[in-house]
Design a protein around this ligand. Structure first.
Ligand code: UD1
Ligand code: BG6
Length: 792
C-alpha cells in the first residue's frame, strides 16, 4: 500500500507540511500529534487516484480547546489547505449528524449516584442490578458494573483481571480505584459472579458511602463475542482510571485505536467502546503532563473525547481522578437522567419538586438510564438528555453543557425536569409469570389508553396530526414503513387506509426500501411505524425520506424516541411500556392508531361517511371485545399442548387478516422457536398447497368479512387434501367453516372488518405464549433477539 503511494509522496509531504504550518499558527499542535493512515476507499476512488489519506489530528490539550479533526483526503485535495479545513470540518459534522441514526447495538446503560445520603455497598449493588434487570430486554448476552474499591487497596492486579492486570505502580491519586465486574450471560449470572468475587476479595458489603458513583451495562454483542473481556464497563487500563459504559456504535474506532496503540496503549477487547476510556486517559495525561495537577476538568476530558467520536452513542463515564462524579453524554442513543430528592435521608421519603434540580447540599440520588423503565421505580422526575449534551453530576449538582463541533467551548445549558407519566406497575409483572403474558392480557387497558381523549361524537381528533391533515390529503401516495411486527400492523391498516383516504397506499420494509433506494417523492407522505422509535432500519429509512422531501409521520410508543423527534409530526400510541421482546399490545394499539388516522384523513369524504361513523361508534367497545377473546386463554393452552411436538406451522389469511397470518406466524417463530409461515390464502394454490399433508398444522383465518366465502373455499381445498386444520371463525360460524369434526375451531367475537385484526391476533398471541412456556423456552427474552434492533 505504501508503495502504491510513491508517485504521490511529494504531494502528501507538501500537504502535511502545509497543514502543520497552518495549525501551528494556532500554537497548539505539535508535529507528533499528527497521525496518518493510508486506506483504500473503493467508493471514493477517482480517475488516476487509488488511495485516500485518512488523517486524525488529536488535540493534545483539552484545557485549550480547539476542534480536532478526523477525515479522509485525496492527494489532489492538497492544493488548497485553508478552504479544505473548513470544508472538511463541516463534512465531518454532517457525517456525524447523519450517523446519529447510524446506530449500533442495542444495549442498556445505567448509573446510580447517591449524594449526602448513606448507602451501603450492598444497597448500591442492588440498585445497579435492579437497573440492569429493567434494561435486560435491551440485550442479554453479557453484563457488567463498576463500583468503588476500598481506600488503601494494595497495588495488585485489578479485580476482574481483564484490564491490564499488570503489577504497575498505583497512579498518584487518593481516591479508591473502580472495581469492574463483568460476566457473560444474563444479569443473574453477573449477580452470582459479583457476590462470589466480592467474597473472594473480602470486600465489605456493609461499608457505608455517603457519596458513591456506580455504573452498569447490559449488552447485546455486535463487536466481539459475548465474554467478560468484551463486556462493559470498558477501561482505560490498569487501575481503571477511566471506565465507560456505552450504548451505540463508534464508527471510527479503528482509526482511534491505531492512534492510541501508537501512543502506547494496549487493547484487551474486540469492542469499539474500548477506545473511549483509553482516549479519555490519553487526553487527561496530556493535560496533566503539560499543565500539572488537575488542570483539566472531567467535562473537558469528556468533551474532548466526544470531539473525536463518530457514530451514535450514549455514554457514562466514571473516574477515580474525579471521585464521586459521573458524566453522561449522548449523540443518537436515548439517555435519561432521573433525580430523586430525599427529604429525610434515613426514611427515604422524597419530594417531587423539580426546582431542586440543582439545590446544593440536599441529599439526593441520581440515575442515568437508557430507558425510563429503569428510573420509574426510583423517581418520576426526569430529564431526557438531548444530543450533544454533556451532563455532569458533581457535589450533588447537575450541570449541562452543549457540545458543538464548531465552537471551542461547550455552552452551559439550563434545563428543567419533567414529571414522568408512567406507573411503577407498568414495569412489573404483577400476578403474571411473564411480561409477554401480562402484555397480552393488558390489551383491553392499553387500547383504552390509545383511544383516550381522541374519540369525539362522529369524529376522531389526533392532536399530533391535525395541522398536517391537509397536506396528507393532498399526498400523491401514503407509504407505510416499518420492520417486524410494526410492518405487520401497517399491513393490517392498509386496506382501510386506502378505502377511507382514497389515496394509494404502499408498504415498505425499511431495510428493503434502503436496499433498493426506492422511489420517493416530495408529494409522498411517509408513515414510519415503530414501537420503540429506535429501530435502525426504520430510522435510516426516515433519514432517506427526509432527504427526498416527503412529509414524515411517526407512529410510536416511545415519547422522546428518535423517531418521535425526527418526524415532522405523528401519533404516540400510548400503549404503555412494552417489555416482552415479542410485541403484542403495541401491535394492537398501532392498528387502532392507524384506523384513527384513516378516519381523520377521510373526514372530508362524503362517500364513506356512514362507514366512518359506524367505525367511530364501535371503537369504544373494542376493549370489551378484546376482554372477551382473552377468555380463550385455556383453549389456546390446550391447542398449544396438541402442537408441542410440531416442527412447522402455516397460517393462512387474506384481506384485513393477511397481516394477522403474518403476525401470528411471527409470534410463534420469535418466542416458541418453531418454524411458522404466514401466507396469503389467495396464493395457496400457487405453491404452498404442495406442503399440505395430515401432519402439518394449518391455521386458517376465516372470520366474517368480504373475503369470507373465499376462505371457505380455501378450507375445503385444504380439507380435500387431508390438511390438519385449525380454523378461526366468528362466533357461531363453526359449522359453516368446519367441514368435519376433524377440524379444530377457534371462535372469536365479530367486530367491524377493519378492527377484526385486533381481535384475531389475540388467540395467536396466546398460542405462541403457551407453546413457548410448554416447550420450556424463554418467553420474554427469546434466543438471539432484542426488543429493538439498533444495528443495520
Ligand atoms: C398530547 C400530549 C398528551 C396530552 C395531549 C392533550 C405528549 C407526548 N402528548 O397528546 O400528554 O394529554 O396532547 O392535549 O405530550 N409526534 C411526532 N412524531 C411521532 C409521534 C408524535 O412528531 O412519531 C408529535 C406530534 O405531532 C405531536 C406530539 O409529538 O406534536 C405529541 O403527539 P401525541 O402524543 O400523539 O399528541 P396528543 O395525542 O395530542
Ligand atoms: C425487532 C423486534 O426485530 O424489531 C421485533 O425483535 C420488532 O419484535 C421489530 O417488531 C421492530 O421494532 P420497532 O420497535 O421498530 O417496532
Amino acid at each position: 500500500m505504501r508503495q502504491k503511494r510513491t508517485e504521490n509522496d511529494s504531494m502528501w509531504e507538501k500537504w502535511t507540511d502545509d497543514w502543520l504550518s497552518h495549525r501551528v499558527s494556532y500554537g497548539h499542535v505539535r508535529r507528533e500529534a499528527l497521525t496518518t493512515k493510508a486506506s483504500t476507499r473503493g467508493s471514493e476512488k477517482r480517475a488516476g487516484e487509488t488511495e485516500s489519506l485518512h488523517v486524525l489530528v488529536l488535540n493534545p490539550n483539552p484545557s485549550r480547546s480547539f476542534p480536532s479533526l478526523s477525515f479522509s483526503l485525496f492527494p489532489s485535495h492538497c492544493r488548497s489547505i485553508s478552504p479544505l479545513l473548513l470544508e472538511t470540518k463541516q463534512e465531518s459534522k454532517n457525517k456525524s449528524e447523519k450517523r446519529s441514526i447510524d446506530r449500533g447495538k442495542m444495549c442498556g446503560i445505567f448509573a446510580y449516584l447517591n449524594y449526602n445520603v448513606t448507602r451501603e455497598r450492598r444497597y448500591i449493588l442492588e440498585v445497579l442490578f435492579k437497573g440492569l434487570r429493567r434494561l435486560e430486554y435491551r440485550g442479554y448476552d453479557s453484563a457488567g458494573i463498576a463500583i468503588d474499591s476500598d481506600r488503601g487497596w494494595p497495588p495488585a492486579p485489578v479485580a476482574g483481571g481483564e484490564n491490564g492486570g499488570k503489577e504497575t505502580g498505583r497512579p498518584a491519586y487518593d481516591s479508591p480505584f473502580p472495581l469492574i465486574f463483568r460476566q457473560e450471560g444474563k444479569i443473574e449470572s453477573l449477580v452470582g459472579s459479583v457476590f462470589s468475587e466480592v467474597d473472594a476479595m473480602d470486600l465489605n458489603l456493609e461499608k457505608p458511602f455517603s457519596v458513591h458513583a456506580g455504573i452498569a451495562h447490559t449488552r447485546w454483542a455486535t463487536h466481539g463475542v459475548p465474554s467478560p473481556r468484551n463486556s462493559h464497563p470498558q477501561s482505560s487500563g490498569p487501575w481503571n482510571e477511566f471506565v465507560v459504559v456505552h450504548n451505540g456504535i463508534i464508527t471510527n474506532y479503528e482509526v482511534l485505536k491505531e492512534t492510541l496503540i501508537r501512543h502506547g496503549f494496549t487493547f484487551e477487547s474486540e469492542t469499539d467502546t474500548e477506545v473511549i476510556p483509553k482516549f479519555a486517559k490519553f487526553v487527561f495525561d496530556k493535560a496533566h503532563d503539560e499543565e500539572g495537577e488537575q488542570t483539566v476538568t472531567f467535562a473537558q476530558v469528556v468533551t474532548e473525547v466526544m470531539r473525536q467520536l463518530e457514530g451514535a452513542y450514549s455514554l457514562i463515564f466514571k473516574s477515580p481522578r474525579y471521585p464521586n462524579e459521573l458524566i453522561a453524554c449522548k449523540r443518537g442513543s436515548t439517555l435519561i437522567l432521573g433525580v430523586k430528592e430525599l427529604t429525610d435521608a434515613n426514611s427515604g421519603t422524597f419530594s417531587h419538586d423539580d426546582k431542586t434540580f440543582t439545590t446544593i447540599g440536599k441529599p439526593k440520588e441520581f440515575f442515568f438510564s437508557s430507558d425510563l423503565c429503569a428510573i420509574v421505580e426510583h423517581t418520576k422526575n426526569y430529564l431526557a438528555i438531548e444530543d450533544d449534551e454533556v451532563v455532569h453530576i458533581k457535589d450533588g449538582c447537575v450541570s449541562i453543557l452543549k457540545f458543538d463541533y464548531g465552537k471551542e467551548k461547550p455552552a452551559s445549558v439550563q434545563r428543567a425536569l419533567s414529571v414522568l407519566e408512567m406507573e411503577v406497575e407498568q414495569i412489573k409483572k404483577g400476578n403474571y409469570d411473564h411480561f409477554m403474558q401480562k402484555e397480552i392480557h393488558e390489551q383491553p387497558h392499553s387500547l383504552t389508553t390509545t383511544m383516550r381523549g381522541r374519540l369525539r361524537a362522529n369524529d376522531v381528533v389526533l392532536g399530533g396530526l391535525k395541522d398536517h391533515l391537509k397536506t396528507i390529503r393532498h399526498s400523491r401516495r401514503i407509504i407505510f414503513i416499518g420492520c417486524g411486527t410494526s410492518y405487520n400492523a401497517a399491513l393490517a391498516a392498509r386496506p382501510f387506509m386506502e378505502e377511507l383516504s382514497g389515496i394509494p397506499v404502499t408498504l415498505e420494509l425499511a431495510s428493503d426500501l434502503l436496499d433498493r433506494q426506492g422511489v420517493m417523492y416530495r408529494e409522498d407522505t411517509a408513515v414510519f411505524v415503530s414501537q420503540s422509535g429506535e429501530t435502525a432500519d426504520t430510522l435510516l429509512a426516515l433519514e432517506y425520506a427526509l432527504e427526498h422531501g416527503a412529509l414524515c409521520v411517526g407512529i410510536t410508543n416511545t415519547v422522546g424516541s428518535t423517531l418521535a423527534r425526527k418526524t415532522h409530526c405523528g401519533v404516540h400510541i400510548n400503549a404503555g411500556c412494552e417489555i416482552g421482546v415479542a410485541s403484542t399490545k403495541a401491535y394492537t394499539s398501532q392498528i387502532v392508531v392507524m384506523v384513527m388516522m384513516a378516519l381523520a384523513i377521510g373526514a372530508d369524504k362524503i362517500s364513506t361517511q356512514s362507514k366512518r361513523e359506524a367505525i367511530i361508534n364501535s371503537l369504544p367497545d373494542l376493549p370489551n371485545k378484546v376482554s372477551e377473546v382473552l377468555k380463550l386463554d385455556n383453549e389456546m393452552k390446550d391447542l398449544a399442548e396438541s402442537l408441542i411436538e410440531v416442527q412447522s406451522l402455516l397460517v393462512f389469511g387474506r384481506g384485513y387478516n393477511y397481516a394477522t397470518a403474518l403476525e401470528g406466524a411471527l409470534k410463534v417463530k420469535e418466542v416458541a422457536l418453531t418454524h411458522s409461515e404466514g401466507m396469503l390464502a389467495g396464493e395457496m394454490k400457487h405453491g404452498p398447497l404442495a406442503l399440505v399433508d395430515e401432519t402439518l398444522p394449518i391455521i386458517v383465518i376465516a372470520t366474517r368479512d368480504a373475503c369470507f366465502s373465499k376462505q371457505q373455499s380455501v378450507i375445503q381445498q385444504l380439507h380435500a387434501r387431508k390438511g390438519r386444520l385449525i380454523v378461526m371463525c366468528s362466533n357461531g360460524d363453526a359449522s359453516s367453516v368446519c367441514p368435519s369434526e376433524s377440524c379444530r375451531v377457534i371462535e372469536v367475537p365479530q367486530v367491524a372488518d377493519c378492527l377484526q385484526p385486533v381481535i384475531n391476533i389475540v388467540p395467536l398471541q396466546l398460542l405462541a405464549y403457551h407453546l413457548t412456556v410448554l416447550r420450556g423456552y424463554d418467553v420474554d427474552q427469546p434466543r438471539n433477539l432484542a426488543k429493538s434492533v439498533t444495528t443495520q
